[in-house]
Each structure stands twice: as C-alpha cells, then as structure tokens.
Write a protein that binds this ligand. Sequence first.
Ligand code: GDP
Length: 443
Amino acid sequence: MNKKIEKVSGTIAALATARGAAGIAVTRVSGPNAAEIYRKITNKEPEHMRARHTVFYGDGETRIDSGIALFFKGPDSYTGEDVFELSSHGSPAIIDVLLERLFMLGSRQAEPGEFTKRAYLNDKMDLTQAEAVVDLIESVSARTAAAATRSLVGEFSEKVNDISKAITELRTLVEAMLDFSDQDLEETKHPDELIHKTKEAKKSLEKLIEQTRTGIRLRGGMVMAIVGEPNVGKSSLFNRICGNERAIVSSEAGTTRDIISENITIDGFPLKLLDTAGLRNSQNQIEKEGVKRAIEAGESADIVLEVVDAREWDQNKKINKSMLALNKSDLLIKKQKIDSNKVFLISAKTGEGIDNLLDHIAGLFMDDDSCDSSITARKRHLKSIKEAHEAFCSAERGINEGHAMDLVAQELLEAQNSLAEVTGEFTTEDLLEEVFKSFCIGK
Ligand code: GDP
C-alpha cells in the first residue's frame, strides 16, 4: 500500500552546511543531471562513493575553488537519486559562485527539506524518520539527540508497524469469520484467540500513546512556571536552578514585574523555566500587569511550581498546582514531616532539597518504562495514534458485544489507516507540505 502522492522532478542544489565563514562548506546536488554536472564541474568521471580532491571549474576552465568531490550513484544515496557533494572552502563568496555555476549547468535551488522529501518519496525513509532528521539537527540536549537518533533509525516506525501487523492479523481472523455460516461460527471463530489478541493490541496502542507523549516532551521540552506570593523566594529558586543571577532577588516585594525565561536542561531534558511576578493585589499598574501575566503563564505552562514560605505552610491547604516548594527551610526551627510526593522542602539560599526537586521534575518527562527506548515525536503523531485507538476501541466493543463482523473489520481498517498516517504510508499533499516546511534549505 504505497499512498505517496507526488513525485518531485529536476535536479536540485543547495548549501548543506550553515552559511557563514567556515573552514569548509558542503554543497549538495541531487537529481537526474547530477552525474553530468559532476563531470562538468570537476572534469572527472563520477564513481560511486569515491572521494576525490579536485578543482571545481567555472565557465571556460576558470577555477572557482578546489576541495573534495564525493559522488553517490542512485539508488545508493541519501535521496535515492544520483547525488554529489562538494566540500569547498567555507567562504560565502565561493559558495555563491559555486551555486551559480551549478544552476547554470542544469540544476535549480532546492526548496526547504527537498533532499529529505526526495529520500521519503524514493522510499529511503518514512515520514517519522524524515521528521527525525529535523529533530536531530535541532536537538538541544544529549537525551533529545539520542531519542531523535532512535526515531531516525526507524525505532518509532517499528513500534507503529508492529501494531499495524497485529491489526492485520486481527482483520484476518475477523474476515475469516465473515465467510462462515452461523452454525459453523462457534467452531471457527476462535473467540478466545480473537479477544486475547485484541486485548494485546490495545495494550500496545496505549503504550505507544504514552511513548509518543514522552517523545513530544523530549523534542519540544516542557514549560515550567514558578508562581507564588511576593518574597517567598521565586527569583532565588529560579536563579538557583538556572545557575545564574538572571532574575533580580530582593527583599522588597514586587520586584519581578515581567516574566523572565531561561531555556535549560535538567538531566538532559529541555525545560523552559519562567519566573513570574508575585501574586498579590496591587494598585500599581505595572505590577498589576505583571500579576496578570503571571496568571496567564501559570495557566499555559506544562508544570506549575508554587513556592511558599516553609514557615507559613498550612498542611491542610489543598495543593492546586503540579508541585509545591516549601522554601527557606534553613529558617525553620523544626523541620516538618512531608508525606506528599508533590511537596518539596527546599532552601534556594543553601541549596538544600534542590536536587530532589530537580530529580522529580526530570521524572515528569518520562513514562515509567521508556527510559532507554524513548523516541522523538510530534503532536500530529499523537493525534493519528489517538484516532487509531478510538477506532480500535470501537472494534473491540464490537467483538465483545457480538456486533456485525463486517463493521468490526471496517473499524480495524480505520485504525490501521490512522497508523499509516504516522509513518507517511498514507499521506495527503497538505500533510507533506506541513512536515517539510519546517526544514531548512539544504536538508
Ligand atoms: P520573590 O519575590 O518570590 O521572587 O523572592 P526573592 O527571590 O526576591 O527573595 C525574597 C527574599 O527572600 C530575598 O531577600 C532572598 O534573599 C530571600 N530568600 C529567598 N530564598 C531564601 C531561602 O531559601 N532562605 C532564606 N533564608 N532566604 C531566602
């Protein structure tokens, strides 16, 4: 079932490395004219996977630069087409002349992500792998990079395909039942096997939803807002976690008026940390605006950490936020006993309890058992997998309640089609445009 909807044409060229003065720069060319262009620019015959030190010739044998030319004969290349890469000196002026020459010889400027899109269209990778290319390039922490690498080598697709295979098996069982008359049914339908396999597949789908959620958090990070009344130590905690003096710490209430944010990693997980204005009634217009923004930040954050002064903590008060930090533990005469996994006794001043708090925050990124198998994922994956789950649950109800088997078969097929959207086996033009527009030129 290959539902890829378009083929791209022409030979494309683009700078594959970042623009700017650098030791070397790599320019990439892909398409049906690649071999011919290679001959003209190097005066040499292309050979698969052979790196050559050569002159890059301009019009009339002028020399543009010299460097390494590396040719790949399709389909054994990144895009599946004939490809070559020129490693030249990394001068923007040389790159401009080189690209101009490549265009003159029969190529055009590549669109964003067009190399990877061609790789996808030529079945060199599926859509989740193509997306993982961007995840890997953009990863800001080692953990995200490791997860993106897993998606890139196909571990995410494998999880999706395994469930799809299980659903194919179920469809075979269900369709076999359609071929028998009522009295044969009891002996042939193997209801136990069907019910058991349905349960297993549903469990796998639910696990995949959790893994996808983790993958989204790993890729995009989470936002954590620190909120609380003035003077409880929010800015001090913010600075302690960030390891710098970004936020102003003052014993005067109401010093943080705007939201201060910092991108950090905690145990390799990307986190955007927000320090917000102290929540209190104020007549000061600027402070009022700060409080309004603090409330909004609290509403939109993934994690809300409320800070209170440990000396004023009321154990009986309900915890409305994700976590509660009882700060200034160093000022307590007697330490309270805490029996909630959402409450942390800390001191932003001495650092007491901070590691424990950070461990807990890092734990919020992962589901229980995906530590070494996490992948990177996107919201669109989650949407499709949830749709697959919904259709699958209808099919399961149908099996358990003895609905018409043709309806069950149809629902199983719907579940499978939703899964096929994740890997791009089943796509629309809009989806492809959406996916590849986030790429840069040259990728
Ligand atoms: P915010 O208004 O909630 O952001 O609070 P700040 O971080 O500006 O701190 C208010 C005051 O409390 C400052 O004088 C800090 O030095 C002090 N403070 C903050 N955290 C602690 C702590 O853990 N222990 C002690 N003893 N003082 C703290």
